[in-house]
Write a protein that binds this ligand. Sequence first.
Ligand SMILES: *Cc1c(COP(=O)(O)O)cnc(C)c1O
Length: 380
Amino acid sequence: MSESWSAETLLAQALGEVESEFGGVVPPIHVSATYIRSPDNSYPAGVVYGRDDNPTVRVPERVLARIENGEEALLFASGMAAATAVFESLPIGAHIIAPRIMYWGLHKWLSDRAAIGRFSVDFADLHIPGALEKVLRPQQTAIVWIETPSNPMWRVTDIKLLADTVHAAGAVLAVDSTVATPILSRPLDLGADIVMHSATKYLNGHSDVVAGALIFKHTGELYHRVQSYRHDVGPIVGHFEAWLLLRGLRTLHLRVSKSCENALSIARRMANHQRISEVLYPGLPEHPEYFLARKQMSGYFGGMLSIRIEGGADAAISVAGKVKLWKRATSLGSVESLIEHRASIEGPTTLVPEDLLRLSVGIEEVTDLIADLEQALKLP
Ligand SMILES: *Cc1c(COP(=O)(O)O)cnc(C)c1O
């Protein structure tokens, strides 16, 4: 499709991909686990076996590479499979830097793998200017991993600022952009080398697919190592999930815009609620990175926010227990709104305040969402 068409157009039409045999407007699902060789021993379409590649997987990969302005994208069986493929492609003993508070599952995995000597990790508050420099080891650190906005405090990290420092030290900058989505920010345009998404979240957006994505600015050495890791080990996304993901991507811009508008209204409404001690949302002027978020996130601030309830864990859990419309569930980025007592899922070693409820705002009518929260916040 034309170079000049906008992201919304490219997404709605999935780059114009269609089914070629009958002219179906939707690309088909290829279910084959293996492909036929020609008599001359070659593979005419370049596809060999289902563990390493699948034509249905390639379609959303092309869409994501284009939307994020990367050279190539690789899809995985989960966000964690995507993220860990990057770290598993680093040499033994590599030095990694990651956020002190970030997506919990990845923080735990990094700590566990570091504990058995696979690599070494420094966790730091990378959203604070100067924090990276304290742990960065020039010409030694292999990769700096950031998440922006970050779970579940929604701190915003300056990708452009960090990219220069990271590159000057000879390291790679990877960004978990799950919460921002390509609609709100394009980390590769800001200097990052790799973008990661849990495609389970906004990219698919309907709570019916588990998948992950990596998009690479350039297909250099690290890309090839990650690609062979996926080829050799097999954490590729399934063909049916890839097809559903393509369907979800067509409406990404509509879903993200609506979620962001709803989240901003809810954050403003909750900011003065007497039972809420703090609303964590980059779209409120009192947020420490409000101006950075305005600059880095193209007009919206995301569909995720957290509220801290006066009275601690019990009070927070009881508020979550009273909602009727919001769904009490983990995960985020779907059309239906979810509420979660975050410390309960992260367990006793969590760094998250125990009075914190994480809200993933969906695309429902916002007055219904606010009314439900307000009735749940009423004291008995
Ligand atoms: C969910 C999530 C992940 C992990 O993705 P899965 O698809 O659950 O494996 C990583 N990072 C962020 C920010 C997430 O929200």
